[in-house]
Design a protein around this ligand. Sequence first.
Ligand SMILES: *Cc1c(COP(=O)(O)O)cnc(C)c1O
Length: 416
Amino acid sequence: MVVTRTLDGLLPADVLGRQDPELAELLIGELDRQSTTLQLIAAENFTSPAVLAALGSPLANKYAEGYPGARHHGGCELVDVAERLAVERAKALFGAEHANVQSHSGSSAVLAAYAALLRPGDTVLALGLPHGGHLTHGSPANFSGRWFDFVGYGVDPESGLIDYEQVHALARTHRPKAIVCGSISYPRHIDYEAFRAVADGVGAYLIADAAHPIGLVAGGAAPSPVPYADVVCATTHKVLRGPRGGMLLCGAELAERVDRAVFPFTQGGAQMHTIAAKAVAFGEAATPAFAAYAHQVVANAQALAAGLTAEGLAVTTGGTDTHLLTLDPAPLGVDARTARGRLAAAGLVLDTCALPHPDVRGLRLGTAAVTTQGMGEAEMARIAVLLGQALREEPAGRLVREEVRDLTGRFPPYPG
Ligand SMILES: *Cc1c(COP(=O)(O)O)cnc(C)c1O
């Protein structure tokens, strides 16, 4: 194919600013917010300009229901190539026999995994929501809790670690059709081999919801669920640093069921611009630079955990193996909601989360975004001190805000 023009020349400069200044101003304001505050939300990252270019490309115009070579629309020759590239890159990156890259989000991927393996009313064993399970792991407000009979396992209230004995006991009692492992706030590696053994013992499917750690897996900084789980669900926008979206990985024997569970069972036309952006992100994630990034993300989380512990905060499980950590701010005399508000005012953006002790909420922090900005352990130590200051005394907030502005100014997410 001969490319006769560049994407850069496709749109006149500042086309949005001239056509719709109201919205352009919002977008610029959001870029400014992201660039001048610290993004410590564990599920967020800064995707690359190349990924953003794919997202903003004319592939956004294309209807492509179905799969490459078998579409319900004409004109899919080039987007077919884009999807095949995304699939091949995902399979190579994760060593999977099959990849489906069409899921619109992490939740859609989990819905598809259930649709592929379960029938309404089936029993499913998953980490309980009060212990860090996702909405799709049996919340009564979500399709999962409405259509399936979820039983929740937990983490030990003292250690904060998954109680594998309890998982085993619950599996024997309830005989689930599937067991789900994965969490929105578990800071340690999950023992996929142990889950596989429990699942095999009761004849259950094992679904790994690796939405959070899949980017670490790509970079070789966390164990892979692929050899153990029947289906792996993931997002592409967390540590993996791609566009917002989902993905499923599985063995060849489940490939067709998984594909049908995505389209036509739970979704319509694939978002080809997002799929192209996923291909770009998988390409980036296969590089040595991304492996170094993934390892730095973990080193940064560990440095942050050590710094926050030194500030007197109670870090769950005493640290982290991953990009995220959770803590109880109670030792500094604030509850999690108050803490989140105070920290946001000081320019530190993060979430509240469930903690191992029932009915207590804590704070969840992640290092994927600040590491993409180029920050290292020294900056994590400084962030821990700033966080402690902002929590301890309210008047400190303004001084902390200035220092956050200075710090982020030295590590712009989109330089130039
Ligand atoms: C983020 C996440 C999801 C959902 O991803 P969305 O893209 O927000 O739908 C599902 N499961 C787990 C464990 C997650 O962390």
